[in-house]
Ligand binder design. Structure first.
Ligand code: ZN
Length: 195
């Protein structure tokens, strides 16, 4: 399939059947992509970061790793990663409360709103928001356990490819965070290819 564009600050839901691949391309290099996956038949079964950390016994992902649902079943496998492999499995998606806390007045796009809008467009609703897989997000963990938000290490055109391990709805949000430096200070488009 041809390359598709996800405009800066927006989200999209992409239905995938078991075995399909999605290549998420960091077109401009520094854009974080909050990523969720929901079982097509039952969205209450979804990609779960806490269950994935327990399964992998680490807070990072690499080629060959299989990510699991809140029911501990396989849902996505990392099949290729041309980026430095720095992704975040710890941080919640940005939401209206986060922007209010950061001093933003009035409406600001958020990954949580992008998630709900993307699911609505494919006729799916969820009752709570799972923690996302934050592709390309750089949250260094210091030796004392402290975290920080840093610029992504990804370069333009690098990508991460995931395989669907069940029929699912993948949701991506090109994170609209422009107050902290997690997107390198500038929100950008990303592209993706489904095969
Ligand atoms: Zn975000």
């Amino acid at each position: 399939m041809a390359q598709q564009r996800l405009p800066a600050k927006s989200g999209i839901a992409v239905p995938l059947v078991k075995g399909q691949l999605i290549q998420v391309i960091n077109t401009h290099g520094k854009q974080v992509v909050d990523t969720w996956a929901f079982d097509s038949q039952d969205p209450s079964s979804h990609l779960s970061m806490e269950h994935t950390r327990a399964s992998l016994l680490k807070i990072s992902i690499a080629v060959g790793d299989t990510l699991v649902t809140n029911r501990r079943t396989p849902i996505l496998t990392v099949v290729e990663d041309t980026s430095p492999g720095v992704h975040d499995l710890l941080i919640a998606a940005c939401d209206s409360h986060r922007y209010a806390q950061l001093g933003v007045k009035g409406y600001h796009n958020s990954c949580v709103d992008n998630l709900h809008n993307a699911l609505k467009a494919v006729g799916t609703r969820i009752s709570s928001v799972p923690s996302p897989l934050n592709l390309f997000m750089n949250v260094p963990v210091a030796s004392d356990g402290s975290l920080s938000f840093a610029d992504p290490l990804c370069e333009a055109g690098q990508s991460c490819t995931l395989r669907a391990e069940t029929d699912l709805i993948l949701v991506m949000s090109a994170c609209p965070q422009d107050v902290t430096p997690v997107n390198g200070g500038k929100c950008a488009d990303i592209h993706f290819v489904v095969t």
